[in-house]
Design a protein around this ligand. Structure first.
Ligand SMILES: Cc1cc2nc3c(=O)[nH]c(=O)nc-3n(C[C@H](O)[C@H](O)[C@H](O)COP(=O)(O)O)c2cc1C
Length: 206
């Protein structure tokens, strides 16, 4: 892709407020979007995310009232719930297993785990899940952009009563917390003009 094509995709992406319910994203395209989430970077490579794809219309309808009744939830072609893992203390088997699947020698794994422990284990549960959620947002951003690159619209959704959405989805909240929702589909209306602060206003060189 040229730089112009890439920037065009960034301009094409906007918070789509209503999707055309008659249009369904082809499986191959949606798999591509998920793949860009999977390949995203994460702190310590812990892949702190899990993606729940809600395809059941009745379930979407149950979720919508807890998301400020936003129409994107039911009009989208695909609804992705980005979960943040909470099982991230250095002693948790998830963390140790994540290290074993890396092709490293024992000394390297030991040193990595020690650094991981110093980086994380002092955090409160709340801080730990926030750290985890930040990684989910990286995957989410990549999925939003990759969707735009193939002409698919999206809207990230944070406007929700998280506890209620978790309840509807039966999320095991000892292990996961919702970071945000992502809706994907095809726009019903033309996108509004994009407004952004200029680079001069947001970049400082030293
Ligand atoms: C983490 C996050 C959560 C958001 N939650 C919502 C939401 O619940 N509903 C909504 O309509 N837009 C939501 N947005 C979209 C933003 O309002 C939108 O990205 C911003 O106003 C800039 O507009 P643009 O994306 O169209 O350029 C969210 C965006 C982000 C990044």
């Amino acid at each position: 892709m040229t730089k112009k094509e890439i920037l065009d995709a960034y301009s094409f992406r906007h918070a789509c407020k209503a999707f055309d319910e008659t249009k369904k994203i082809p499986k191959e395209d949606f798999d591509f979007i998920l793949e860009t989430g999977r390949l995203s970077p994460s702190s310590f490579g812990m892949e702190q995310w899990k993606f729940i794809v809600v395809q059941n219309d009745e379930l979407k309808a149950k979720i919508r009232p807890h998301c400020w009744n936003q129409v994107q939830i039911t009009s989208c072609s695909e609804l992705v719930v980005v979960l943040a893992k909470k099982i991230l203390r250095s002693t948790h088997p998830y963390v140790t297993e994540m290290l074993t699947y890396k092709n490293w020698d024992e000394d390297r794994k030991k040193a990595y785990l020690e650094r991981y422990k110093n980086h994380n284990d002092w955090r409160s549960d709340e801080e730990l899940v926030h750290w985890s959620m930040k990684q989910g947002y990286i995957a989410a951003a990549n999925m939003l952009t990759s969707a735009a690159m193939i002409g698919i619209d999206s809207c990230p959704i944070e406007g929700m009563d998280k506890a209620k959405v978790q309840e509807v989805l039966g999320i095991d909240t000892t292990k996961y917390e919702i970071a945000l929702l992502l809706t994907f589909g095809y726009r019903l209306n033309p996108q509004p003009q994009k407004t952004r602060l200029s680079l001069e206003k947001i970049v400082e060189y030293r």
